[in-house]
Design a protein around this ligand. Structure first.
Ligand SMILES: [Zn+2]
Length: 465
């Protein structure tokens, strides 16, 4: 729904709406129903795919009457999906073929991101101005420190360092790159690539002196270890973590490295949903359920009651009218609580298990080399010309790498991926063995959970609350 006020503009009106919702439980409850009605009517009118899928659904019916959609089904019919009928998959892919376009808006309007998420195929997401404003607002307003810590942030210089795997068009990195093209703002934002050697990152950050580090938990843990070793010497007043869960030991390292003066914020995000939830001072993730509808479901798609673990959840994103996500399956395991959180914040609080990845430890002559799953995934998905539609990378102690592939020519795809992996690992001093596993990528036979990166070594327990 296009919020706009002549006085505040789109960004100001969105921020004001979020602030008002946080101060009026009645408004917060009423907002999703109006946004949902608008989204359903708009998608039905302008998206040929949804019009077809919903042909048998009464426009007056509740959301529960609408069919579930999957990433694969939407991507298969991509050209019929967006409500902006100028958009085609071939055109978006041609745009994405030039990494320099990451800092540009597709058709002058859309920030393009893509993600393979915690499972399955790649999804391409168009973020229009409204989606970006909602995301920026929720990130800013729904921190557990609220707006209070902005004084300390600006006193500390107001500089933001984003730590992402710098592969092009990844959620998070794109908006940072876009910020770097803006006059004035660009002096306050730097992007550091978690794939770079630690020495390159520490040199840049020591010079930049960020007030905030924002990025993948495990990438930030690696920087915290550099700080503890004395090579990184920065004094951020806050660290914001998103994208994956963090182990208790990882959180302890970050706290120890940056001290009690640094607030650690955690957010649950995705390309398709944007800001899903933010952790409160008690560490509980409060859903932004005025901007998205979250339906916990079991493996058969039946609703799961509050208080029980769900195998997945269905997302209805109330902010994205350009590319509607209505009852879109998200394969993360969550538990939604019916009881209010003692912190007093609005929004049902949830626990999230889906992204509890481990750090993967290789051996080198110089000692253990720790790599992040997100980086290893990029080393498979970012190799051009492989035709890979799905994969699983299985890693075992002793530098054993096995790859399961779904691709038209698996031997050729394996040779291409292997060359890139070997070059990357050898640059880190790691000599590994590589094997093409003939089994197709599939879910864990015990848990039923699908993961693309599987670490067969010792595991850390991820913190989910
Ligand atoms: Zn709370």
């Amino acid at each position: 729904m296009g919020l706009k006020s002549p006085l505040l503009g789109v960004a100001g009106a969105t921020m004001f709406a979020a602030w008002r919702a946080d101060h009026s439980p009645r408004l917060r409850q009423a907002a999703p129903a109006a946004r949902l009605a608008h989204l359903l009517a708009y998608a039905r009118a302008h998206s040929p795919l949804y019009r077809e899928l919903w042909a048998g659904v009464d426009p007056a019916a509740p959301l529960s009457a609408y069919p579930r959609v999957t990433k694969a089904a939407l991507m298969d019919r991509f050209d019929d999906w967006p409500t902006d009928r100028r958009v085609t998959r071939a055109d978006v892919e041609a745009f994405m073929a030039d990494p320099a376009n990451e800092a540009r808006l597709y058709l002058g309007e859309y920030l393009v991101t893509h993600s393979s998420g915690s499972s399955g195929a790649v999804v391409v997401v168009l973020n229009d101005g409204h989606v970006r404003h909602v995301g920026n607002t929720l990130r800013a307003v729904r921190r557990f420190t609220g707006l209070r810590d902005y004084g300390r942030y600006f006193t500390a210089g107001g500089r933001l360092a984003c730590v992402f795997a710098g592969y092009p068009f990844h959620h998070g990195a794109g908006s940072s790159r876009l910020a770097q093209t803006r006059p004035f703002v660009r002096h306050y934002v730097r992007l550091t690539d978690a794939r770079d050697p630690a020495a390159v990152q520490t040199t840049m950050l020591n010079r930049f002196r960020p007030a905030e580090l924002l990025g993948y938990p495990n990438a930030v843990v690696r920087l915290a270890e550099e700080q503890l070793a004395g090579r990184l010497r920065i004094a951020p007043v806050r660290v914001t973590l998103n994208g994956e869960a963090l182990s208790d030991s990882g959180l302890a390292v970050i706290r120890q490295a940056f001290g009690p003066g640094c607030v650690v914020e955690r957010q649950y995000t995705s390309s398709e949903a944007g800001e899903i939830a933010s952790a409160c001072p008690l560490g509980r993730y409060h859903a932004n359920d005025d901007w998205l509808i979250l339906e916990p479901v079991d493996r058969s798609g039946r609703p799961v009651p509050d208080g029980e673990w769900a195998d997945a959840w269905w997302l209805t994103n109330l902010a994205n009218l350009t590319q509607p996500f209505v009852r879109y399956e998200v394969p993360d395991r969550i538990l939604r609580h019916a009881e209010p959180c003692p912190c007093g914040r609005g929004g049902a609080w949830i626990e999230v298990e889906g992204r509890s990845w481990d750090r993967i430890v290789f051996e080198s002559a110089a000692g253990p080399v720790t790599l992040l799953p997100v980086l290893l995934r990029a080393l498979v998905t970012d190799v051009p010309g492989t035709g890979i539609t799905d994969f699983q990378l299985r890693l075992a102690p002793g530098n054993a790498v096995a790859l399961r592939l779904a691709a038209p020519d698996r031997d050729r795809a394996f040779a291409l991926v292997r060359a890139g992996l070997a070059a990357y690992l050898e640059a880190q001093g790691v000599t590994a063995s590589y094997e093409l596993d003939p089994a197709p990528p599939g879910p864990d036979p015990v848990t039923g959970k699908f993961s693309q990166i599987i670490w067969l070594g010792p595991k850390e327990v991820a913190q989910t609350v």
